[in-house]
Design a protein around this ligand. Structure first.
Ligand SMILES: Cc1cc2nc3c(=O)[nH]c(=O)nc-3n(C[C@H](O)[C@H](O)[C@H](O)COP(=O)(O)OP(=O)(O)OC[C@H]3O[C@@H](n4cnc5c(N)ncnc54)[C@H](O)[C@@H]3O)c2cc1C
Length: 569
C-alpha cells in the first residue's frame, strides 16, 4: 500500500479524542451534521449491554459479596477511596498501578479508560448553571470573566436534556434554572417533612428533588435510541441493560454510529496534536496503539479534545512544536494552571423519630437537593462563593443487624423489618481556581506508551476551610430545625480529586493573554482545535458539571460545523 493511500485512509473531517460524556456528544453532533468523524479512545471497546458483565448479578453471586479483596485495595489506594469502586464495577475503573501519576500534593485521580469513559460510572446528577455562576468570577474578582452567559447555553441545555433524558421538577428557583425535564422522582415522607420545615424556618433555602439523567418516562427520541424506563434498581455503575440512565454507550455513540459517518478506534492513545506551520493549523493527532505500541497518525480539518480534564491538559502539554514549544496553544504559559474541583468535605448524619409506619419503594437514583444559598445574591460571609447541599432520608437497612443480640431466628426477624429513619446531608462547594493549583509533565517519568507522567499539584486553601466550617454550622442548624437528632458531623478531609469533578487548565475567556479558549471553545491561537470537556471551565460553579460539559460540547460542535461550511476553518 502506498504512503499516500494510508494518509487518505487516515483522513477524516473531524477527530474527537475520548469517547466519554463530552466526546460522545461531540461525535453525535458532528456525525449528525454529516462530518466523517473518527473517535480515538485509549481504552477497550465496551458495547452497550453485552459488555456489562455484572449488570444483573445478585449480591450473593459475587465471590466476595461485592467487597474487594485486601490485596486489591492495598495495591490501589487511590481508586479504592471512590465509593463506587467494588467487585461489581472493578472492570470499569483505572487501577492505580497501571496508569501512575505523581502527586506533588495529595490528589485522588479517578479515571475510566474505556469506550464510554466515566459516563458508565457517573452518579448522573445533573443541574443547569445559572448566571450566578457565569457572573461569579467577574462579580467576585477571581479567575477571569466567562466569555459566555446563561443565555448562550440555555438552548443547548435544552438540546442535550431532551436527548439524554433528565428527570426533574419545575421548581422556579433563580439560581437553578428549570430544564426540559421528564417526570421527577419523589421525595419520601421524611424528606417532605423536612421540605415543609425548611420552608417554615428559612426564606433563602428550598429542598427539592434532585435532577438526574434517568428515563422516568421515555419519550419517542429515547425509544429511538432503544432505551427504556428506569427500574429504580440503582445498580447503574455496572452499566444499565435498559439504557435507562444516560451514558455514551447507550445513547450518543450508537446514535452517531447510525449516521454512517462514525468510526471509533479503541486502544488508541492520543499522544499529541500535530501542528502544520505552513498552514497555521492543527493537522492531526499522533496515536500510540495501546497494545502494539505502534505509532499512527490521523488527520482531520477539526479536532475536538475530550479526554477528560486532566488527560486533556496532559495531551496538550505534550503537544510541543516549533510554534508551540510549551504545549499546544500555550502562548501565555497558562496551560495546566487554574485547575479547580468541588469541595465535598463537610457531611452530617442524624436520626429522625416518627413516620415509623411509612416506607418508600424502589431504589431512587437521586436525593433531596438544596440549591446554593450562601453568597448568591450578595456577599454574606468571609469566604467567596457557596455550596449546594443534598439531604436524603432512608430507613436503616440490614447493617443494623450487626451487633444485634442473638443469632438465628431472632436476628433474622430484626433484619427483615425496616430500621430507624436516618437523615444525611452532604455538600458540593465551589472552589476558586488559582494559578498555583496546576498540573505539569514529569521530565523524568514516562508511562508505558512513552508519554510523560502527569504531576498534580492541587490543594485546598483558606477559602475552602472557611466554607467547610460554614457548611457544618448550616447543616447542623437545618437538621436541628427539621427535628433531627443525634447529629454527627464529619470533615472527611478527602483529597481533591475524589469529587471527580476536576475542571480547568485550558480555560475559556475573552482575552488571549489570560485564557486559552474563546467563547466557542476554540484555541485563541489555533481555531481548528476545540476543547469542550472540564478542562475548558473558567470556574467550577457548585452544580454537578457534566450537563454543562454536554451543552458546551454540543454548542461548540454545531459552531464548528457552521464555520467549516463557511470555509472559516
Ligand atoms: C463515581 C462517579 C460519580 C460521578 N457523578 C457525577 C454526577 O453525579 N454528576 C456529574 O455531573 N458528574 C459526575 N461524575 C463526573 C463525570 O463522570 C465526568 O464529569 C464526565 O464523565 C466527564 O466527561 P469527559 O468526557 O470529560 O470524560 P470521561 O467521561 O472520563 O471520558 C474521557 C475519555 O477519554 C479517554 N482518554 C483519556 N485520555 C486519552 C488519550 N490520551 N487518548 C485517547 N483517549 C483518551 C478515556 O479513556 C475516556 O474514555 C462522576 C464520576 C464518577 C467516576
Amino acid at each position: 500500500m502506498s504512503k499516500g493511500t494510508v494518509k487518505e485512509q487516515n483522513t477524516f473531517d473531524a477527530i474527537v479524542i475520548g469517547s466519554g460524556i463530552s466526546g460522545g456528544w461531540a461525535a453525535k453532533e458532528l456525525c449528525e451534521k454529516g462530518l466523517k468523524t473518527l473517535v480515538l479512545e485509549r481504552g477497550r471497546m465496551v458495547k452497550h449491554v453485552e459488555d456489562y458483565p455484572t449488570a444483573t448479578t445478585n449480591p450473593w453471586e459475587f465471590k466476595h459479596r461485592r467487597k474487594l479483596p485486601f490485596e486489591i485495595t492495598k495495591a490501589n489506594p487511590v481508586v479504592s477511596r471512590c465509593y463506587a469502586f467494588d467487585e461489581s464495577t472493578y472492570h470499569f475503573f483505572v487501577k492505580d498501578n497501571e496508569h501512575p501519576y505523581i502527586q506533588e500534593k495529595p490528589f485522588d485521580w479517578i479515571r475510566g479508560y474505556q469506550v464510554g469513559g466515566k459516563s458508565l460510572l457517573w452518579a448522573r446528577q445533573t443541574q443547569r448553571w445559572s448566571d450566578y455562576e457565569f457572573n461569579g468570577p467577574a462579580r467576585d474578582g477571581f479567575a477571569v470573566d466567562w466569555p459566555i452567559r446563561y443565555k448562550d447555553l440555555a438552548p443547548w441545555y435544552s438540546h442535550v436534556e431532551k436527548f439524554a433524558g433528565i428527570s426533574g421538577n419545575q421548581d422556579g428557583i433563580d439560581n437553578l434554572p428549570d430544564g426540559d425535564f421528564l417526570p421527577p422522582f419523589e421525595l419520601n415522607c421524611v424528606e417532605r417533612h423536612c421540605q415543609q420545615k425548611i420552608k417554615e424556618h428559612f426564606t433563602d433555602r428550598q429542598l427539592i428533588i434532585g435532577r438526574c439523567a434517568h428515563l422516568t418516562k421515555p419519550n419517542d427520541i429515547h425509544l429511538q435510541q432503544k432505551r427504556g424506563q428506569c427500574q429504580a434498581r440503582n445498580l447503574c455503575e455496572r452499566g444499565c441493560p435498559f439504557g435507562a440512565y444516560f451514558s455514551s454507550n447507550s445513547s450518543t455513540l450508537p446514535w452517531a454510529e447510525r449516521t454512517g459517518n462514525f468510526t471509533i478506534r479503541p486502544y488508541s492513545v492520543a499522544h499529541s496534536i500535530l501542528y502544520d506551520e505552513q498552514h497555521d493549523r492543527a493537522s492531526g493527532v499522533r496515536v500510540i496503539d495501546a497494545i502494539s505500541k505502534e505509532e499512527h497518525t490521523f488527520y482531520a480539518k477539526i479536532i475536538f479534545v475530550n479526554a477528560a480534564c486532566l488527560n486533556t491538559n496532559l495531551l496538550l502539554l505534550n503537544s510541543e512544536s516549533n510554534r508551540f514549544p510549551n504545549g499546544f496553544g500555550n502562548d501565555n504559559g497558562l496551560l495546566g494552571k487554574y485547575i479547580a474541583f468541588h469541595l465535598y468535605r463537610g457531611t452530617s448524619k442524624s436520626t429522625f423519630e416518627g413516620y415509623a409506619d411509612q416506607y418508600y419503594s424502589g431504589r431512587r437514583p437521586t436525593s433531596g437537593f438544596m440549591p446554593a444559598f450562601r453568597n448568591v445574591f450578595k456577599q454574606q460571609t468571609d469566604f467567596l462563593r457557596g455550596y449546594m447541599l443534598t439531604l436524603s432520608a432512608r430507613r436503616a437497612g440490614w447493617e443494623r443487624g450487626f451487633g444485634a443480640e442473638g443469632i438465628g431466628a431472632g436476628m433474622k426477624e430484626k433484619l427483615t423489618g425496616p430500621g430507624q429513619w436516618i437523615v444525611n446531608m452532604d455538600m458540593q462547594g465551589e472552589t476558586i481556581p488559582k494559578k498555583e493549583n496546576h498540573v505539569r509533565l514529569s521530565k523524568d517519568h514516562k508511562d508505558e506508551w512513552g508519554i510523560p507522567q502527569l504531576i498534580t499539584s492541587i490543594g485546598y486553601d483558606d477559602n475552602d476551610e472557611k466554607m467547610v466550617t460554614d457548611t457544618m454550622a448550616q447543616q447542623a442548624e437545618i437538621l436541628e430545625k427539621v427535628g433531627c437528632k443525634n447529629v454527627v458531623q464529619t470533615d472527611n478531609h478527602q483529597a481533591p480529586g475524589l469529587d471527580i469533578h476536576e475542571m480547568g487548565g485550558v480555560r475559556m475567556g475573552k482575552d488571549p493573554a489570560t485564557s486559552l479558549l474563546n467563547q466557542w471553545n476554540q484555541f485563541h491561537a489555533c481555531k481548528n482545535v476545540f476543547v469542550t470537556d472540564g478542562a475548558c471551565m473558567t470556574s467550577t460553579g457548585n452544580q454537578n458539571p457534566s450537563l454543562t460539559f454536554m451543552a458546551i460540547t454540543a454548542r461548540a460542535a454545531n459552531y464548528a460545523v457552521s464555520e467549516l461550511k463557511k470555509r472559516n476553518l
